[in-house]
Design a protein around this ligand. Structure first.
Ligand SMILES: Cc1cc2nc3c(=O)[nH]c(=O)nc-3n(C[C@H](O)[C@H](O)[C@H](O)COP(=O)(O)O)c2cc1C
Length: 179
């Protein structure tokens, strides 16, 4: 992979993992390093991550994202990253309140994108999941009740290297140039 555009083209939500291939913990740590250097409003860094790379615990995390029959593909996934919203710093909080923006959630989205791209760069595949059972996950991973879990990422080696066609709105539907 030579450049950024190849990297973003190779990233897709992986729902077909090779259950035999465990993920090297160092690669997951590199994903978190990529999140760590992500930008955030007022450099608030309102996030923390629980990395689960355990043959015993990973299947339990999978069950926490399968409510109502969703995300069944996670049964084959060896690793997960749970994304927790942490308290923003005072400047970001005040700025967000003043401007009526949810900066912390925006920040978390950016950090999560960094994780996905770092995964692809290392030959891994990921899927962001917002469909999660927060209470069950908190109990499983000892996350305080007071915190919010915003996302869970499944991370593993894809069972199949082929990529899907990207179905997206056309450029002229999403862009207006003022020049
Ligand atoms: C905030 C967020 C929540 C998502 N939740 C889920 C989910 O619970 N399950 C799932 O299979 N995909 C989920 N996705 C993945 C999207 O369906 C996917 O990104 C979109 O369809 C575009 O496809 P691509 O990622 O393969 O390019 C989520 C993506 C985002 C950004």
């Amino acid at each position: 992979m030579d450049n950024f555009f190849d990297l973003i083209a190779r990233r897709e939500s992986c729902r077909n993992y090779d259950p035999q291939k465990r993920v090297e913990t160092e690669k997951l740590i590199k994903c978190i390093e990529a999140a760590r250097i992500a930008p955030s409003a007022c450099n608030s860094q309102p996030w923390s991550f629980v990395v689960v790379n355990s043959p015993e615990v990973s299947p339990k995390v999978a069950k926490c994202v399968q409510g109502m029959g969703m995300n069944r593909f996670t049964d084959a996934c060896p690793s997960f990253i749970v994304v927790i919203e942490e308290k923003a710093n005072m400047t970001a909080k005040l700025g967000g309140a003043f401007k009526d923006q949810q900066f912390a959630q925006i920040d978390i989205g950016i950090a999560t994108a960094h994780i996905c791209l770092a995964a692809v760069e290392q030959g891994l595949s990921a899927c962001i999941m917002g469909w999660l059972e927060e209470k069950k996950l908190k109990e499983l991973l000892n996350i305080p009740k007071s915190k919010r879990i915003r996302l869970v990422l499944s991370v593993g080696y894809a069972a199949n290297e082929s990529l899907r066609e990207k179905k997206r709105k056309k450029l002229d539907e999403i862009m207006r140039i003022v020049d």
